[in-house]
Design a protein around this ligand. Structure first.
Ligand SMILES: Cc1cc2nc3c(=O)[nH]c(=O)nc-3n(C[C@H](O)[C@H](O)[C@H](O)COP(=O)(O)O)c2cc1C
Length: 192
């Protein structure tokens, strides 16, 4: 397959159909912090298509602040049960508020309430504090839709390179690298 987006979709589909994975959309997003250190964490991948890879988060979280300063990011995933690793690098752009609202509305009410009740990446004195805030949010929005917090949104990663690795126990992994050359994907092979 010569289109890396279609290849990603095919692998994702293969990794998540009749799959032992509990979190079928988990991918690691790495950003660069204010001191130049890479910072990785898992998020749920919402979609992957010709326009890019979308995930949602708080725009004022640590990762959101990193991206504002430096939009260059990496997305990495390892699907153990099929032996696939994918490494994407690219630039993250915030999705529109309207698109974020659409995604917000697909989330469970319980997840919406919990998300509303915290300020992501801020220090916390004790976990119990969050229970009180979740209760407050449940009362505030009883019988009402939970609105998307204004600072909750998402990012779309426009890939510049995508590498696919098929794991081999022998360590003779098969690596295919796709590089975006401005108007076309160029494919090459890499030594394991
Ligand atoms: C499987 C999994 C999925 C997650 N999905 C998300 C997500 O979609 N969005 C998000 O903001 N955090 C998600 N998290 C929490 C993040 O890993 C991270 O703790 C949080 O976003 C704060 O990161 P930051 O302080 O670097 O911004 C997820 C964690 C795990 C383990």
């Amino acid at each position: 397959m010569e289109n890396p987006i279609e290849k990603f979709q095919a692998w994702w589909n293969q990794a998540t159909t009749n799959s032992p994975l509990q979190q079928k959309s988990a991918v690691c997003i790495s950003t660069i912090d204010e001191n130049g250190f890479p910072s990785g964490r898992f998020v749920d991948l919402k979609s992957a298509d010709e326009n890019g890879f979308v995930f949602c988060t708080y725009l004022d979280s640590a990762k959101g602040k990193h991206i504002q300063q430096n939009p260059k990011v990496a997305l990495t995933v390892w699907w153990d049960h099929v032996g696939y690793q994918v490494r994407v690098i690219g630039e993250a752009q915030a999705i529109s508020d309207a698109e974020a609202v659409e995604i917000w509305q697909t989330r469970k009410r319980s997840a919406q309430l919990i998300t509303t009740a915290f300020q992501q990446s801020q220090p916390l004195i004790e976990q119990e504090e969050l229970q009180t805030r979740i209760l407050d949010a449940s009362e505030q929005f009883a019988e009402k839709e939970v609105p998307k917090p204004s600072t909750w949104g998402g990012y779309r990663i426009k890939p510049v390179s995508i590498e696919f690795l098929t794991f081999a126990e022998s360590r003779l992994h098969f690596r295919e690298l796709f590089s975006w050359e401005g108007n076309i994907w160029i494919k090459s092979l890499l030594q394991p």
